[in-house]
Write a protein that binds this ligand. Structure first.
Ligand SMILES: Cc1cc2nc3c(=O)[nH]c(=O)nc-3n(C[C@H](O)[C@H](O)[C@H](O)COP(=O)(O)OP(=O)(O)OC[C@H]3O[C@@H](n4cnc5c(N)ncnc54)[C@H](O)[C@@H]3O)c2cc1C
Length: 559
């Protein structure tokens, strides 16, 4: 047998640095959005999160790659136990999430309207190395919001200290059990029934089809109180603690864990509720309206996750481009590859600015309760969730391609980026469902809350260096009212195109605004980068006439 050739070449893998310091966009945004003293107070935490995320957590994540949650349904002696064993990283992630106040910080009073910016900047750094632990945190945040505002003192006193705890042993996460076999986008047909037992205790019976974070200590769920009418108005919002004090499930069976394309560390279960004890959060109807504050927050977390995953892909691809050689040069020195990475950076920068602007608005709404801000946030939330989700999938795909064949190989850890990103445009509302939600928001408030804010933002782009951005953003903005001036059926059929263009316009305006503020502050390094990103985005990402008015009946599918 011929001798094996000696290994003359070994490719050095991509490496991550301090994920805070290297995220120029996040740094630029925080410098422009937070008062100087506040940022200085937070800097050590951001720095530590950035270091751990690019260092020990990333290494743990790679080491944990093949582990998955495991469902043990039966004990060796025939007892039904339904225990889920989490992956090692997930067990640790809960304590880290509490320690860094990833939910609690959003409810801190001292930073005032900036509490949400601080919270989500921390989450931004935590999310990419912790295997979608952001999912239970999103639902926990949503539950905390609902229980803070619902006026149910008993439930608030019981659960809020846990949901907002900063020590792992006290910290609870919450599930959100909405989707049933009959529908996730449309929950009006929910089949789970709520009945009172002889002691007056409410008990839920039915099947929940997708319940992520199935190990959470509490959940909010929808059920139809016996005798209530059909449809979503007949549903009520219930609070459930799945386990008793001994850790046994209370009249709940875990039927199975879902076998998913991605997010595989996240235990997503099908549950059978067999008279599970529950408490109404508020009234006994209008449950969908009651759970909406949770959806608004999970959609915000979704956008933050999309940006954080884009950032991770770009950081890895950029590191690799400095190491990998082709045709006699490093990839980073190949003009076309460099341009490819820059386009990814521009998309990231735009997505990040749109998202951070929405987060800032959320902070203002929660702090000031201003009506105008609420109407704007109502428009921004579905728009930015759906736009960032789609950009994250495209960016993950481009990231894998940046690695050539290695991007397709499982033990590099890279394919997981693409599989995980795909969920972002499905859960918490698909692209179509959110586009229609946006149409409902626009029907209620009109486009003015958005239009006025965007106009005020671009009016500030009065600098010579931002003149081209001003012109493109102005043209994009002034098209929008015309898009909406169509009959309802045309609007419905074009809702996705309108939503995507609204997203891109918001992103361009916010990115241009950041470029302007950075330059005006004399921050040359951030200013130049942001300006280049904004110009690239402005020149490449717009379709100024997205509406198809050739009738709504056109279809290449069906009859
Ligand atoms: C990994 C994972 C975890 C999840 N975890 C949870 C969880 O913890 N809790 C929970 O409650 N749910 C969870 N879900 C469920 C998720 O929220 C739903 O799957 C999602 O909302 C879509 O609902 P559906 O599956 O019923 O799709 P459908 O509503 O059947 O949608 C199918 C397609 O039809 C389109 N569509 C639907 N209505 C319209 C319309 N009116 N006009 C145009 N197009 C339309 C949609 O865009 C989609 O493309 C999870 C899902 C996944 C994948």
């Amino acid at each position: 047998m011929a001798d094996r050739q000696p290994l003359s070449f070994i490719q050095s893998p991509p490496e991550l640095g301090n994920e805070f310091r290297e995220d120029w966009l996040l740094c630029a945004w925080l410098e422009s959005a937070l008062p100087g003293r506040m940022l200085d107070e937070q800097r050590d935490v951001f720095d530590e999160l950035g270091r751990r995320s690019g260092g020990e957590w990333y290494r743990l994540q790679l080491a944990d790659r093949l582990n998955e949650p495991r469902l043990e349904q039966w004990s060796p002696w025939g007892e039904r136990v339904d225990r889920i064993e989490l992956t090692p990283l997930w067990v640790e992630a809960k304590a880290w999430a509490a320690e860094y106040g990833l939910v609690a910080t959003g409810y801190d009073a001292s930073p005032g309207e900036h509490a949400r910016t601080i919270q989500f900047a921390r989450a931004w750094l935590f999310i990419p190395s912790t295997d979608f632990y952001g999912c239970p945190l999103a639902m926990t945040d949503g539950a905390a919001r609902i229980l803070s505002d619902a006026g149910n003192r008993e439930l608030a006193e019981r659960a809020l200290p846990h949901l907002l705890a900063r020590e792992g042993e006290n910290f609870w996460t919450s599930g959100q059990w909405m989707t049933e076999t009959i529908g996730g986008s449309d929950v009006s047909g929910t089949e789970t029934v709520a009945q009172q037992d002889d002691q007056g205790r409410w008990r839920l019976t039915g099947r929940k089809w997708f319940t992520s974070a199935a190990t959470s200590e509490m959940a909010l769920t929808l059920a139809r109180p016996e005798g209530n009418p059909d449809g979503s108005r007949g549903l009520a919002l219930f609070y459930v603690e799945p386990h008793d004090t001994d850790g046994r499930l209370q009249n709940i069976e875990i039927l199975r864990l879902k076998d998913k394309l991605g997010t595989r560390k996240l235990p997503t279960a099908e549950l059978w509720l067999d008279g599970a004890p529950a408490t109404p959060v508020g009234g006994l109807d209008r449950g969908v309206a009651a759970i909406t504050p949770m959806l608004n927050l999970t959609r915000t977390w979704n956008a933050v996750t999309a940006c954080a995953l884009m950032r991770r892909g770009i950081a890895l691809a950029t590191s690799y481009a400095h190491k990998r050689r082709a045709f006699g040069k490093r990839l980073i020195d190949q003009p076309l590859h460099r341009q490819t990475l820059s386009a990814m950076e521009a998309d990231y920068a735009a997505a990040a600015c749109a998202t951070l602007a929405m987060v800032g608005e959320l902070g203002r709404v929660e702090h000031d309760h201003a009506e105008a801000s609420s109407a704007l946030l109502r428009i921004l939330t579905p728009t930015i969730k759906l736009g960032t989700a789609r950009d994250a999938v495209a960016c993950a795909s481009e990231t894998l391609e940046c690695f050539g064949g290695a991007g397709y190989i499982e033990d590099t850890g890279l394919p997981q980026l693409l599989r995980d990103a795909q969920v972002l445009s499905i859960w918490e509302g698909t692209t179509n469902v959110l586009s229609l939600d946006l149409m409902r928001a626009l029907a209620a408030s009109g486009i003015e809350p958005w239009l006025e804010t965007m106009r005020a933002r671009i009016a500030q782009l009065d600098d010579e260096r931002t003149r081209e951005l001003h012109a493109i953003a102005f043209r994009a903005l002034e098209q929008v009212p015309g898009w909406l001036d169509h009959p309802a059926d045309v609007l419905e059929a074009n809702a996705r195109a309108i939503a995507m263009n609204l997203y891109r316009t918001t992103a361009l305006v916010e990115l241009s605004g950041l470029a302007h503020r950075s330059l005006a502050r004399g921050d040359g390094s951030h200013g130049r980068k942001t300006l280049v990103a904004a110009l690239h985005y402005a020149r490449n990402r717009f379709s100024l006439d997205p509406i198809d008015t050739h009738g709504t009946g056109w279809s290449l599918t069906g009859d």
